[in-house]
Design a protein around this ligand. Structure first.
Ligand code: DX5
Ligand code: ZN
Length: 221
């Protein structure tokens, strides 16, 4: 299984966004996590298509687009046209999860499904084969810089076990409150795609990226 670090640009300084992205990529970031918030599924509005299109010209790295958007099926193709490589929708945001996942698949990119901390893993029964990646929210979505919800560790472990039972090398992404102090915990629990926002962009983003990549390498032994 591949282990990846995806800095979340929600925590970046937008006036230097292009340079920030280039520097974390040069420092070893495996992808960029892009949080799209619509002011309906979550209270905040972050950014949308024009921004993604514009930063696409800065780098070839994987764009991991996390749609915190109600009825995301309205926008899937558009985000792919803007440069998304992974499109993740929330199970809580659509009435027809299965169809929305198929729509992402048809659009030709990796299929991600996000679950809020309070959403049961049983949501994945019967649809786990339709997804490439499950994003487990380890905070309630909406804001960067929140505290990791400890109970989520158990959920990561349970999902890794569920995937193993199915004989799948499922990508498990963790998102929210991941910092130096709990990076090892989420890796040990079974996460292999690590989103870090404030832990990377508060301070020197390139140095932090190197530091956390190193910690992931150490974990792998
Ligand atoms: C929260 C977002 C996260 C956020 C992570 O709604 O989905 O991706 O940017 O930021 P930190 O790492 O600061 O919790
Ligand atoms: Zn996110």
């Amino acid at each position: 299984m591949e282990y990846k670090l995806h800095p979340s640009i929600l925590a970046a300084d937008f006036k230097n966004l292009g340079a920030d992205i280039e520097s974390v990529v040069a420092a070893g970031a495996d992808g960029i996590h892009i949080d799209v918030m619509d002011g309906d599924f979550v209270p905040q509005i972050s950014f949308g298509m024009p921004l993604i299109k514009s930063i696409r010209s800065a780098t070839d790295v994987t764009f991991d687009v996390h749609l915190m958007v109600t009825n995301p099926e309205r926008y899937i193709e558009t985000f792919v046209e803007c440069g998304a490589d992974i499109v993740t929708i929330h199970a809580e945001a659509t009435r027809d999860v299965e169809n929305a996942l198929k729509q992402i698949r048809r659009a030709g990119v990796k299929v991600g499904l996000a679950l809020n901390p309070g959403t049961s893993l049983s949501t994945l029964d019967y649809i786990i084969d339709d997804v490439d990646m499950v994003l487990l929210m380890t905070v309630n979505p909406g804001f960067g810089g929140q505290k990791y919800i400890e109970k989520a560790t158990r959920k990561i472990k349970a999902l890794r076990a569920m995937a193993q039972n199915e004989g799948r090398e499922l990508d498990i992404e963790v998102d929210g409150g991941v910092i130096a102090e709990n990076l090892n915990t989420v890796l040990e629990a079974g996460a292999n795609i690590i989103v870090m926002g404030s832990a990377i962009f508060n301070g020197k983003a390139a140095d932090n990226t190197k530091l956390y990549k190193e910690e992931i390498r150490r974990f792998l032994g």
